[in-house]
Design a protein around this ligand. Structure first.
Ligand code: UN1
Length: 505
């Protein structure tokens, strides 16, 4: 059992190592509180140490020797079962998630659905994982490439998609035959634990998936420097991602990084403005702006700028902010005090930079908001592309609206940031849509839709400071969690020298 009742009021949750639910060697725990109401203690979780991480790595190393030899379609059967269990429990998983990280129920249901989709999709890869067979240049010789698992995989995940993102990493790792040590964000350990509990119930053998909760400094570092860990898949900020790459580099791990974004919606003079407003509300304030894919910049053609801004501001003002568990709520709290302080800091920066505060701009601290980390939906208008609020990832409900004079200028502004995750254009002109599709330096692009809404069966990731050349989701995820092996079988019975001998005609 993953939980123990410590007192009448609190529940303590354990790590999962080598098939057993165990406390940390530290004897310490940390609290997980509801960001909409900090009086609500979700539970106490293990504040793990490098020693706990080492035990989990050992368990994963041992389990790998068996798991890698289980035929992939058999591995996949367990994953299909897990997908169905997640689907059966969707509602309670979503409620746990809203309670621990704040986003509204509709969105946590979507998060769980994304985990269901990914798990079904990747389980299907158990019967594919296609390689290549190609003709050899020599007679009586067979040539092919096959995927091989890599080994122990460290999975380090953020709090904004507490079940979807772990599934994007853990399920492809497993279907390829790797074993896993999973360190979730400290803000969302319950959703991580719920996911692992389902994998356990689905029959994943002992040691194949291990969960170690705790901080990046202790647990994360131990995973990064271990020689046994062969893959690291990390989603989080660009700053932390850089540290991950540096620390994992000396042991030549495969490192997959999914980092920051400063995504842009470009609204042209021929756009359907009502549609664009809907898209910007959803893209900018969905998940309280706490998505890597959030539409935090909106570049608008000057001829429709005023009309768009008025409508966008009116609709943002009307958004109902509150507890995500209340079905009437449209935007929940920030995940933590620290995140709320970041939002407040950036509002101040925007004001000092001379951007025009069009709505919002304040933390909500009274009445129903008194015990949570709430902030008004905030729009800055007349923002210059070079301002910090238009350059830096805020990860909160703050959108910068930037005027432009032409399509070309919109593309230049859109590309003028260090990140390259997602971009979108609203236009009825097919030529512009295709030009932007080609010219935006991002990993994801949308036409007449906001910057959020990726589906699991296409690659997810970005260019420049967003990523390091890998992708998750889609079959691209298999490339992170497998190594190619090229295999040559010579059945000629004699030495044949490639590049030197020539096959007779
Ligand atoms: C993230 O923001 O980290 O496209 C992931 C989307 C979601 C996934 C977002 N399907 O916004």
């Amino acid at each position: 059992m993953p939980m123990r009742t410590a007192t009448a009021k609190t529940t303590t949750f354990d790590n999962f190592i080598d098939g057993a639910w165990v406390p940390s060697a530290s004897g310490d725990t940390f609290e997980n509180r509801n960001p909409a109401n900090t009086d609500d203690l979700v539970g106490d979780f293990q504040k793990s140490t490098a020693e706990d991480a080492a035990q989990a790595i050992d368990a994963a190393r041992f389990a790998y020797e068996r798991w890698r030899l289980v035929p992939a379609p058999r591995r996949a059967e367990l994953l299909f079962r897990a997908a169905q269990l997640i689907a059966d429990r969707k509602e309670s998983l979503a409620r746990d998630m809203t309670r621990e990280m704040g986003k509204v129920l509709d969105e946590t249901r979507g998060d769980v659905q994304e985990a269901i989709d990914m798990t079904f999709f990747m389980a299907g890869e158990g019967r594919r994982q296609y390689g290549q067979t190609v003709p050899s240049e020599l007679r009586d010789k067979f040539a092919m490439s096959i995927r091989q698992p890599v080994g122990v995989s460290a999975i380090i995940t953020p709090w904004n998609f507490p079940m979807a993102i772990p599934s994007w990493k853990i399920v492809p790792a497993l279907v390829c035959g790797n074993t896993v040590v999973f360190k979730p964000a400290t803000q969302t350990p319950l959703s991580a634990l719920n996911f692992v509990r389902i994998l356990e119930e689905a029959g994943i053998p002992r040691g194949v998936v291990n969960l170690v909760t705790g901080g990046g400094g202790e647990v994360g570092s131990a995973l990064l420097v271990s020689d046994t860990v062969r893959v690291v898949s990390f989603t989080g900020s660009t700053d932390v991602g850089r540290t991950v790459a540096e620390r994992a580099g000396p042991s030549f791990k495969k490192v997959h990084l999914e980092m920051g974004g400063k995504n842009v919606v470009m609204i042209m003079d021929d756009a359907d403005l009502d549609l664009a407003v809907e898209g910007c509300l959803w893209g900018g304030f969905g998940t309280t702006g706490q998505r890597c894919t959030a539409a935090s910049r909106v570049v608008v053609h000057e001829s429709v700028y005023k009309t768009f801004l008025e409508e966008f501001v009116a609709r943002a003002r009307a958004l109902r902010v509150g507890d995500g568990l209340d079905p009437k709520t449209e935007m929940g709290p920030s995940v933590s005090e620290g995140q709320l302080q970041t939002v407040i800091k950036y509002v101040d920066i925007g004001l000092k930079e001379g951007a025009k505060l069009a709505c919002g701009g304040h933390a909500l601290t009274t009445g129903p908001y008194a015990r949570g980390f709430f902030h008004e939906p905030t729009i800055f208008a007349d923002v210059a592309p070079s301002m910090r609020i238009a350059q830096e990832e805020i990860f909160g409900p703050v959108v910068s609206v930037i005027p432009c004079r032409s399509f070309e200028e919109a593309v230049a502004i859109g590309n003028g940031v260090q990140y390259g995750l997602s971009a979108s254009i609203y236009t009825r002109d097919m030529n512009r849509a295709f030009s932007a599709m080609r010219d935006m330096d991002t990993g994801i692009f949308y036409v007449n839709a906001p910057t959020i809404g990726a589906e699991v069966h296409l690659p997810f990731g970005g260019t420049k400071a967003t990523g390091n050349g890998h992708r998750e989701a889609g079959t691209a995820a298999l490339d992170v969690f497998s190594e190619w092996k090229s295999v040559y079988v010579d059945f000629s019975g004699r030495l044949q020298r490639a590049q030197i001998d020539t096959a007779d005609l």
